[in-house]
Write a protein that binds this ligand. Structure first.
Ligand SMILES: C[S@@+](CC[C@H](N)C(=O)[O-])C[C@H]1O[C@@H](n2cnc3c(N)ncnc32)[C@H](O)[C@@H]1O
Length: 287
């Protein structure tokens, strides 16, 4: 893996690192730039302006340039007609991946974001980037959004899904997509942060055999709360706004088998201390 280029590092992630007004401050930062007219309709320049904010003002929990490349490479390979992301935040991954998916001949990019304020920021920046006709920003909890899009016939199959939202919901949302037949043969999943901070239930699930999954279904084990293996900080990351998280109970489709690959990369800060922890991974799983 090449060394991290420190000149592009985001500022450090402090104790409070989102939902303190910085998302709206980002909008003011972008729209008050002298070069706003040159940025308009250019996804690359909008991304550069977001990166500049996160490098000079405040940290943003974006996928960033390095990990982003893993997914844009996957988009070139998979050429998804329909791509879905779970967790849009301020729209960085949305603009980066929707631009790549549109270039690869795709039809639609759905960005699912629960926080309505963040969703409004995504919409504004997507519009600025000239991607309004390609991207649909959907506001609400991912499971409810997926069910609604499916029941309205707006989403029938997911070719590529980027999971980057509430970590304990990765597994339950994947199972929901299986159950609704949104994820089926040929679908590819790219899951962020599966090693740091880690996602044991998701990794376990995509690596289980059909027999192991059937056994879990038969045991009828309940999954309505965060798995005990998650650190409190991760399980309660959005608790200030959401209170206690309730996960949907889903059976999934135990007959699907995933091929998995772990890809190492860097957080946009280029930090932390030891090399091992510096490496974060995107889990790419396809059926
Ligand atoms: C790490 S950020 C996403 C970053 C974004 N993918 C990027 O790289 O630019 C996680 C986002 O997921 C959202 N989120 C958390 N739980 C969610 C849920 N259950 N459904 C939808 N969005 C959720 C949070 O509000 C937050 O904006």
């Amino acid at each position: 893996m090449p060394e991290f280029d420190n000149s592009k590092a985001y500022v450090a992630q402090e104790e409070t690192f989102f939902d303190d007004g910085r998302e709206i401050a980002l909008l003011h930062y972008v729209y008050s730039r002298d070069d706003i007219e040159e940025i308009r309709d250019s996804p690359e320049r909008v991304l550069a302006a977001i990166d500049e904010y996160a490098r000079t003002q405040k940290y943003l929990m974006n996928v960033g340039d390095d990990k982003g490349k893993i997914v844009t490479n996957l988009i070139s390979e998979v050429k998804p007609q329909t791509m879905v992301e779970l967790g849009g935040y301020i729209g960085y991954s949305c603009i980066l991946f929707a631009n790549a998916a549109r270039k690869a001949g795709g039809k639609r990019y759905f960005s699912l974001e629960r926080n309505p304020e963040f969703a409004a920021v995504i919409s504004s920046l997507v519009d600025l980037a000239g991607l309004r006709d390609f991207v649909r920003v959907v506001v609400g909890p991912s499971d409810a959004c997926l069910k609604r899009l499916h029941s309205k016939g707006l989403l029938e199959k997911i070719d590529l899904m980027f999971l980057d939202h509430y970590k304990p919901a990765y597994k339950t949302d994947l199972k929901l997509c299986e159950e609704l037949k949104l994820v089926t043969k040929g679908s590819v999943m790219a899951a962020d942060n599966v090693i740091k901070p880690g996602n044991p239930p998701y990794l376990e699930y995509v690596n289980w055999s059909v027999a192991e999954k059937r056994k879990a279904v038969e045991s009828g084990a309940s999954e309505t709360g965060a798995d005990a293996r998650f650190a409190d900080r991760t399980a309660k990351q959005y608790a200030t706004r959401q209170g206690e998280e309730k996960l949907g109970e889903t059976r999934g489709n135990p007959n699907l088998v995933y091929k998995s690959e772990l890809v190492h990369s860097y957080e946009p800060t280029g930090e932390p201390v030891s090399r091992k922890h510096q490496e974060t991974c995107i889990e790419c799983a396809n059926i």
